[in-house]
Design a protein around this ligand. Structure first.
Ligand SMILES: O=C(O)COP(=O)(O)O
Ligand SMILES: [Mg+2]
Length: 227
């Protein structure tokens, strides 16, 4: 037990810990180009992210024409190869994140990642960002048979990080639904990839900066969640 209201905090990755959109957009457009499709503006790509890498390609194909499963299967290895080789060219952690994680860590809080990004690519990105040892547990979109918004990956990430009183931080309706299904307090970041106002996600708190995360967790950790 710590004097902080949570023992473990789990984070979504894309649009929550890091702005991965520039590199996801470059790789999606590379795969679309290989399939003879037009490019999608990077700013539009951020709204297509969240249901995993294959869903991103499927949505990219749908935006630029027909999206048959045959084309998805054809383009998927092209996307994965390009993204694996270019995973951190333009990707940046969000401001103030490192100090917020340091504060949580100093309070004895375990840190977990629950993302729909494939697990192998997640580890590759964490390594490129110098975060290999930053998190106690990492669960990707293919770690279990099911992805968010199913609550199972979230439960798995929390259990791997030691369990206890938990909260989830994310940027999308998928994260909000996973948190709700897992009956966890949810903090929404306003600077992520959501295509709808984050105020509509039903979060327990919305933060505009990681400088506000610790205070937000302290507030929502008060009873009834803190009891
Ligand atoms: O859709 C993805 O590939 C990952 O998205 P997430 O990190 O926001 O879960
Ligand atoms: Mg996200």
């Amino acid at each position: 037990m710590t004097d902080f209201p949570f023992d473990v905090v789990a984070f979504d990755l894309d649009g929550t810990l890091a702005d991965t959109a520039p590199d996801l957009a470059a790789s999606l457009n590379h795969a679309l180009g290989a399939l003879g499709r037009a490019s999608i503006p990077p700013d539009s790509v951020r709204h297509l992210v969240g249901h995993g890498a294959k869903a991103l390609l499927r949505k990219g194909l749908a935006v630029t024409g027909e999206a048959s499963e045959e084309l998805v299967e054809q383009g998927f290895p092209i996307f994965l190869d390009h993204y694996g080789a270019n995973i951190c060219n333009g990707t940046k952690p969000y401001p103030e994140l490192d100090s917020a994680l340091d504060v949580l860590r100093a309070r004895g809080v375990a840190l977990a990642i629950c993302t729909n990004k494939p697990e192998k690519l997640t580890h590759l990105l964490l390594e490129a960002l110098g975060w290999t040892n930053r998190f106690d547990a990492v669960v990707g979109g293919d770690t279990l048979p099911m992805k968010k918004p199913d609550p199972a990956p979230l439960h798995e990430a929390l259990a791997r990080a030691g369990g206890g009183r938990a909260a989830f931080v994310g940027d999308s309706v998928i994260d909000a639904e996973a948190a709700r299904a897992a009956q966890l307090p949810f903090v929404a970041v306003s600077f992520g990839f959501s295509d709808r106002p984050v105020e509509a996600l039903g979060a327990d708190a919305v933060i505009d900066s990681y400088a506000d995360l610790v205070e937000a967790l302290n507030l929502i950790g008060a009873p009834p969640f803190g009891e």
